[in-house]
Design a protein. Sequence first.
Length: 254
Amino acid sequence: MNKKIIIANWKLNGSIQLLQNLLKPISDFVKMNHISSKVIIAPPSVYLNQAYNIVLNTNVIIGAQNVDVNSFGAFTGEISVNMLKDINIRYVIVGHSERRLHHQENNILIAKKFEVVKHAKLIPILCIGETDKDYNLYTTQRVCQKQIDIIFDLLGETAFCNTIIAYEPIWAIGSKKIPSLNYIQDMCCFIKDYILKQQNINKKSFFIQYGGSVNENNIQQLCKIPDVDGFLIGSVSLSLNKFLKILKTISIDK
Ligand code: PGA
């Protein structure tokens, strides 16, 4: 798959001003330069609708950072898949490590969210990855396997059809440290083979991204990793210049 998928996770950052100063020029850039990579921007949920209207008639797609497992009712503060569908949002990040850490989301809850998103015929972007402790103990594969298995247990062998998996070593997120290119390739290849084996079909119908301290300087090297289909980008996606440099590099690299 040579068309990369780039996802910008704005996290808890954004404003109406930022939609104009960042999202608008990104969507203009993608339109004018015929960028063929899929560019998905995930702003905080209060801005989804406005963001959607800004990128209308461009190839930029708006995604959500999170969703609740419940569809409606007495769940103060939550948003549902139906609400996302109502405002034409198709992609949803599920299980980001910051949700796991700060909002006590465990593998079971994340698997349920993944299920709700898939049942609504939306596309989940599942984040998996190891802590620095796991990394130092060489248990990364086991940790990722567990994060994947729980989803197969709930959804069966077609669980990952038409989905995105973002492999993000937690210790690389926001730390300006990235693993070696070989390590990223080995992990993405491991995840791909592991899912294909459980799926019982050879056709790869999912995408694997790398996330964690991706920036305008390392993107060229990262693009060369064969089993990486795209990138999940946090802090650097908030800088217009740096993010456009990434988009340029990716489109030249194809
Ligand atoms: P970062 O974040 O690019 O700032 O490391 C990545 C992420 O949290 O997905």
